[in-house]
Design a protein around this ligand. Structure first.
Ligand code: COA
Length: 373
């Protein structure tokens, strides 16, 4: 079988951050405005008042301390509560493609690749900026890449699912070098007005170069030993935004047209699924969880990741075994596990075994087992 490696990764992080204190201050200002607006209905018992958020709750329940966003002013404006992004003309590079190009150039530089060396571009993310043409084709052109480009969406698992498509294309001989990019402008579909989830997401973009080992020149190569994907339908994380909304005569700003979840349910159901998935994948490769030097897990919740690792290897869960980037980035959907890998793999020695694993809406779980060459 063709030996395939990850030979470069890249990360774009927006220049603006929102701390929990800033987020809670604006959310609570929004709550006061809403409660004042509906004061009569609330007094008549016809409507529940909105409850305030708190920094303590956010940090205790999730481990998140701040997030990067493309536009802070719109999100923090209590009269708006979502980003303010300037529209671009058709002949300008779109915003999603722009951040993808930033992350991709970094990954290409690390892997020692130029546009002409890439013959497949996969844009794998939770949301695409438009219906068509595919974002990947625009990114392909901006990078001067050859071959083909296509978009795919498996929500938070988009990156690992994209990596498997890249590995399979290389093994099948239809591509030699594939760029997998995860531009996640989550602030666009986040519900900043909902106390249960207003703190969850942040924006970022990651890029990964996957190529044949015999073409790789990078001094930082990770052999892909295997990939494993699984899905099981669930409504616990859902967003009904879509191109049929107009035909259904539904309100495009209704609550169900942005991110919503049953957080507790997700937590309870996904932890055992993720642990069992990783264990089964390692077993397929005649490996065991204790053989793994580092797990780069999906970044949605600190305790969730600790529980997954405890189930797998027991003992104390240290950042050395399962590094956390969630405190700085919040949940960046599919980019999260790749950010963890990008930031926290440089200290590992030749032969080290690692698992990149994402989990999220679908439900979907994807794992990539790698070994440092
Ligand atoms: N500030 C203060 N209190 C809040 C709050 C906020 N922003 N949001 C909720 N609360 C309150 C709730 O009203 C509830 O109060 P009650 O006990 O009086 O009813 C209490 O805090 C607990 O709420 P709950 O939603 O059960 O919290 P939780 O401990 O489950 O944490 C999440 C919430 C979302 C952080 C957590 O469930 C989670 O991360 N789940 C996994 C999500 C996931 O992986 N999603 C994938 C997305 S891609």
């Amino acid at each position: 079988m063709t030996k395939v490696v990850i030979s470069g990764t890249g990360l774009f992080k927006p220049s603006q951050t929102i701390t929990n204190a800033e987020l809670v201050e604006s959310f609570n200002a929004y709550v006061e405005l809403q409660n004042a607006k509906f004061a009569d209905q609330i007094a008549a018992g016809e409507r529940e008042p909105l409850a305030p958020s708190s920094v303590e709750f956010i940090e205790r329940a999730s481990g998140i301390k701040q997030r990067y966003v493309m536009d802070k002013s719109g999100v923090l404006d209590p009269h708006r509560m979502f980003p303010r992004l300037a529209p671009r003309a058709d002949d300008e590079l779109s915003l999603m493609a722009e951040i993808a190009v930033h992350a991709s150039r970094q990954a290409m530089e690390q892997a020692g690749k130029q546009g002409k060396d890439i013959d497949g571009v996969i844009c794998a993310a939770s949301n695409m900026q438009r219906g068509y043409p595919a974002m990947a084709v625009e990114i392909q052109q901006a990078l001067g890449a050859g071959g083909y480009g296509f978009d795919m969406n498996v929500a938070c698992s988009s990156a690992t699912f994209g990596i498997e498509q890249a590995v399979n294309a290389i093994r099948a001989g239809t591509a030699r070098c594939v760029l997998v990019i995860n531009p996640e402008i989550t602030s666009g579909h986040q519900e900043w007005r909902d106390r249960d989830c207003h703190f969850i997401f942040g924006d970022a973009c990651t890029a990964v170069i996957v190529e044949r080992a015999d073409t790789a020149t990078s001094n930082d190569q990770w052999e892909v030993l295997g990939t494993k994907l699984a899905t099981q339908f669930s409504n616990a994380i859902r967003n009904n935004f879509g191109y049929m909304n107009r035909c259904e005569d539904t309100d495009p700003n209704a609550r169900d047209k942005t991110f919503r979840q049953e957080g507790r349910k997700v937590f309870k159901e996904v932890v055992p699924m993720a642990a069992a998935h990783i264990e089964a994948h390692l077993k397929d490769l005649s490996l065991q969880p204790v053989d793994v030097r580092r797990f780069w897990l999906h970044q949605a919740n600190l305790s969730m990741n600790q529980l997954v690792i405890k189930k797998l290897v027991g003992g104390e869960v240290t950042p050395d075994i399962a590094p956390l980037i969630l405190d700085e980035f919040a949940n960046t959907s599919s980019a999260g596990s790749v950010i963890a890998f990008h930031v926290h793999h440089g200290d590992l020695n030749r032969g080290a075994l690692g698992v990149i694993c994402s989990f999220g809406a679908g439900y979907s779980i994807g794992s990539v087992v790698v070994r440092k060459l």
